[in-house]
Design a protein around this ligand. Structure first.
Ligand code: ADP
Length: 549
């Protein structure tokens, strides 16, 4: 047989207050018969106790005129506990004044005694329907307010600021006396006010709330300004399945347990959890970034010292070796050739370090001079020739046939060309090939690569000098192509260690190109080779056709 069970709406809880016990009896029988959960009392003091208690009634049916307390005062007390509670008053004297006061107190209906029991049933049904609408309305309003509050949460990434915002926001919404936030990281409890404390019951609830939502009723969770907090709601601050802490809201009456409040506080807790997680991730990122910056600063410092200390002895080694070499023959002379080659390699590294140091200090100046394009490039090729020969790497050139004379900073240009060429040799396996090409193009002919490493400046010159170094080497993966221009970055430390290097060369190329108002771009495919291009504003001096007088 099919399961006949359906999920029934919760049974409405009603309280009937009338100083005449038989009136309570008749009404409660009628309403119980329809299925409501009914509590009755003829004692107004007991009625107050019940209304302020933990039960949470949906509807109050009360006589207006009772010996020690008016039904309208009772209605007021009920409203303090739950603003959306439905109220029906019964009266034997339906005076205009009574009716007016009843309407002003937000009473849903007034039943004039004697009334028909069917009339009572209908009035209760309608009042409860109205309450459901009111609650929906309240929920919507709360959600709207929550949405606005959540904007505050995105205003900061500072964790202690965020905790304050979370406390302010949740207290504002719940109307609770005190709030507490426990953050697992750094293991710290923050209270909403200096005179708010958690006691043993609250501490235990805070612990348990890491695992589940905890509600405390009628047990002292803490105190605020000397008032006992007997009601509390403790929720985990969760984001992406991870608990980052706990939010505890405490009050001296069960107000926070009223319908809709738990739901609203849960939403706030979820929003807070997400904001705290963001703040934590940001904190970690910021810390890592600061550590990296500090590391880079230290490396730069070491470079500054090393380059300064190495320069003088290196010049001595190269100077004396060159001198002695002239007086030697045969093997001895070739040994000295090796010494000089090695020292030259060290000198290039030291020169790069010094150049970077100058760029950092801003002490770098432009030294423009008259340059011969072909001569400049052939000189750079000569510096890597023997390393390329050792690996049987062929170097080809594709240069203008005309003599191209131009103005530029020869030292900077040489550093960049040497760097690109020596990288090409370093990262091209034996038997590979390298092509260095140079050409001058008009203003509009600058290529449009997928991305520039150094963007050309806005003031495009009349013409550009473009030099490209292409190799058949190991290539560079797409996601590394921009990063290799960062200082100290090497694709694979172990791999590049075999090939040596400092990870500074391309950083220098990038920074020097920018100083010369140039542009840099790279095309590469892992396993197939790379092509590094450098474009500089071209300032021609004169052009002679090769072979013409
Ligand atoms: P390094 O001193 O390590 O050569 P660079 O700044 O010149 O430093 O280069 C950074 C990294 O870029 C190199 O370690 C290498 O991983 C990669 N790289 C540079 N040029 C090439 C190239 N032509 N082919 C493949 N990878 C290269």
């Amino acid at each position: 047989m099919a399961d006949q069970r359906t999920t029934a709406a919760p049974i409405a809880k009603l309280i009937i207050v009338d100083d005449e016990p038989h009136m309570c009896e008749i009404c409660s029988r009628t309403l119980r018969r329809v299925g409501y959960d009914v509590v009755t009392t003829s004692d107004p003091a007991r009625a107050i106790q019940l209304l302020r208690g933990d039960d949470g009634f949906d509807l109050l049916l009360t006589d207006i005129k009772m010996p020690s307390l008016s039904g309208l005062d009772l209605a007021k007390i009920a409203r303090e506990r739950d603003p959306s509670i439905s109220i029906i008053v019964m009266t034997g004297f339906a005076s205009i004044e009574n009716l007016h006061r009843a309407v002003q107190s937000g009473v849903a209906d007034v039943l004039s005694k004697p009334f028909e029991l069917e009339h009572l049933r209908l009035a209760v049904e309608q009042a409860l329907h109205k309450r459901a609408l009111l609650q929906d309305n309240l929920r919507l309003r709360t959600l709207e307010q929550l949405l606005l509050s959540s904007e505050d949460l995105s205003a900061t990434l500072d964790r202690s600021q965020l905790v304050k915002i979370v406390l302010n926001m949740t207290l504002r919404h719940s109307g609770c006396r005190a709030g507490f936030v426990w953050l697992d990281e750094p293991g710290q409890l923050t209270a909403s006010a200096p005179d708010a404390f958690l006691l043993e019951g609250g501490d235990a609830a805070m612990q348990r709330a890491h695992r589940e939502h905890v509600t405390i009723t009628n047990l002292i969770a803490g105190t605020a300004a000397g008032v006992d907090l007997r009601y509390g709601m403790f929720l985990p601050l969760r984001a992406q399945g991870e608990v980052h802490g706990v939010l505890g809201l405490c009050h001296d009456s069960p107000a926070l347990l009223r319908p809709g409040m738990q739901e609203a506080v849960q939403i706030l807790a979820d929003l807070s959890g997400a904001a705290l997680r963001n703040a934590m991730l940001y904190g970690q990122l910021d810390e890592a970034f600061r550590r990296r910056q500090e590391l880079d600063r230290m490396k730069s410092e070491i470079i500054a010292i090393a380059s300064h200390e190495l320069r003088t002895p290196l010049s001595l080694i190269i100077g004396y070796s060159t001198m002695v070499r002239e007086q030697l023959q045969g093997d001895e002379r070739s040994y000295l050739d090796r010494v000089i080659e090695g020292s030259d390699r060290i000198k290039t590294i030291v020169d790069n370090m010094v150049a970077l140091r100058h760029l950092d200090l801003g002490s770098d100046t432009l030294q423009e001079q008259r340059l011969d394009l072909v001569e400049l490039i052939l000189q750079s090729v000569a510096t890597v020739r023997s390393a390329a020969d050792d690996q049987s790497i062929q170097i080809m050139t594709d240069l203008p046939h005309d003599r191209v004379l131009f103005l530029s900073d020869g030292e900077k240009l040489t550093i960049m060309l040497n760097q690109l060429l020596s990288n090409a040799v370093k990262f091209t396996p034996a038997q590979g090939s390298i092509t260095i090409s140079a050409r001058v193009v008009g203003r509009r002919k600058l290529p449009e690569p997928r991305r520039f490493i150094v963007q050309p400046t806005d003031q495009t010159p009349a013409s550009w000098l473009i030099v490209t170094v292409q190799d058949t080497g190991i290539g560079i993966a797409e996601h590394q192509q921009e990063r290799i221009f960062d200082r100290f970055y090497q694709v694979a430390a172990s791999l590049t260690r075999e090939r040596g290097g400092t990870g500074l060369g391309l950083a220098l190329v990038r920074e020097l190109a920018a100083t010369l108002n140039g542009a840099v771009w790279l095309e590469s495919r892992e396993g197939f080779g790379s092509s590094f291009s450098l474009a500089l504003p071209f300032r021609p001096l004169e052009v002679h056709k090769v072979g013409t007088p």
